[in-house]
Design a protein around this ligand. Sequence first.
Ligand code: ADP
Ligand code: MG
Length: 601
Amino acid sequence: MSSIIKILPDHVVNKIAAGEVVERPASVVKELIENSIDAGATEIFIDIEQAGKRLIRIIDNGGGMSKEDAEACFLRHATSKIRSDADLEAIRTMGFRGEALSSIASVSRIRMLTARQGDLSGLMIELEGGTIKNVSETAATKGTSIEISHLFYNTPARLKFLKSPATEFSHILTAVSRQAMAHPHIRFRITHDKKPVLELPSSQGFTERVFQLYGGELAENLIQFSGKRDVVGVYGLIGRPAYTRADRSCQDFYVNNRAVKNPSLTHALYGAYGDMLMRGRHPVGFIFIDMDPALVDVNVHPAKAEVRFRNQSQIHDLVWEVLREGLRNERLLAAGVPDAETGAGDVREAAEDYVAGQSFAGGAGPVNYAPLLRRRKTDLLPADHQQELLPPPFQEVVPERRMQKPLLSEQYLYPVSQIHDSFIIAQSREGMAIVDQHAAHERVLFEKLQDQHGAGEVPVQNLLIPAQVDLGPAEASLLSEQLGELDRFGLRVEDFGGGTFVIKSVPSLLVGADYKRLLLDILDEVKVHGRSGKIDELRKDVLSVMACHPAIKINRRLDIKEMEILLADLFSCRMPHTCPHGRPTVVRFSMEEIKKMFKRI
Ligand code: ADP
Ligand code: MG
């Protein structure tokens, strides 16, 4: 045998392509919706069974296909959208590679029914593993219905990599949501295991669509922005700086209505917020860029999920500027909000309230935050509600440990003073130390919550006024799966359906925290760990989120007694030297170091 190189047969080539194009059921849903959009559909119905493993059915009222096209569309590189390489420069359609249907067909069973306006009959075509098994004519109305069943039935390795049904379905919802955001006028309906999940009537625009998709909580916290330079337009919605998330979900970029990932766009988004973002927090944004298709290469990723701009840095700068302008219009930048680390959110919230209540003169000098910090929303509530909403007096957070002997007495610190209402200066046996009061209190609360949770006895406080959170369907379905788990943490949340959740009770240690924000932050952790199925990680992170919320903020004055209690508590902890997120709680200086600094030794 002289030649060992062979051209692979089509069915193998398709299966290989499927590996890139069809990663999971959500990828199939994405490709099929794109086809429906390209076919001019104004209604797209999506039925899913067993998170897409058993069935994915997409029905559209688009233009449909001729009988010849219906048979040809499953061939590799079969497309009606481009004709020549020159067309690649001017892509306005979602699809153009002509490989979605062939790839999907190679790893599933398909039944498709399609008809054009005025056709006397439609064509029904059935395939298995990419091979046509049956073609027949049948009555049909204009549009295309395509059913994918037993996805990955002939690629067991792929099947094994699928995550839990909840996770796969949440990926599907994310895929639908992205498309739905980019096409607010199209009506979408999605069912899962025959139950309705999402009904999105044709909407007027992005704001209405965000509301339909993600609920009022998010929609009410968005700022509209738009700007243009030359032929490039940038517009959309971004979150108010005070509304941030613990993860990067809800950051969607669209280029000519195609949902894309592009690190430089993400960079521009973060850059626009600059130091308004606390460390570890992420902004939300739905950012649309419209430009001449010749200036962007959409053919750099098999699933068309990435793009490359011809002039990357100009687009980056434009997006940055337009977003920055949008935020500035919100008068937050002009207010000169300082860059406090922890607790900055509270300061900003107070500042926003303050600014909103003032006839604000642009370009005013620095704002004096001291009076703002003392002003709280609860000041406006009737007295009998304040009891429940105010943070507990500090002493009560740490009752029985006050008299305990510190476990690590040699490390014990004697508070001397507090600086800038944020750090405790203390004397130690061998010198001095600075304690981050927030980090220290977080550690104390974390271990306390951990002990209570471990013992299965978390004291709870029922809320007189239950807090309500409205979520979009994807997040709602993830959260509703974890309600039992949250209950074990003392956080009792009821699912009222339609994305509405009500927080009925909270762990006593958390009384006074911002419960809504707490739940949203926990949800972000659920998204990360719920997917990976690592329940221990989830528990640890939920505990640290919980510990962070009521913990004493930077910018709170403590008296010596409070400092003593905090330090005593800290050194009763199992791991006093770091906060639950791993940041140090204490920085120590020995007398030797201090003397050296002053050149005494
Ligand atoms: P691409 O979208 O890149 O052209 P696909 O494999 O996704 O490639 O689809 C192949 C072709 O089949 C499309 O170009 C289009 O002509 C036709 N087609 C696919 N889905 C639909 C649909 N829902 N309605 C009408 N035509 C469709
Ligand atoms: Mg396509």
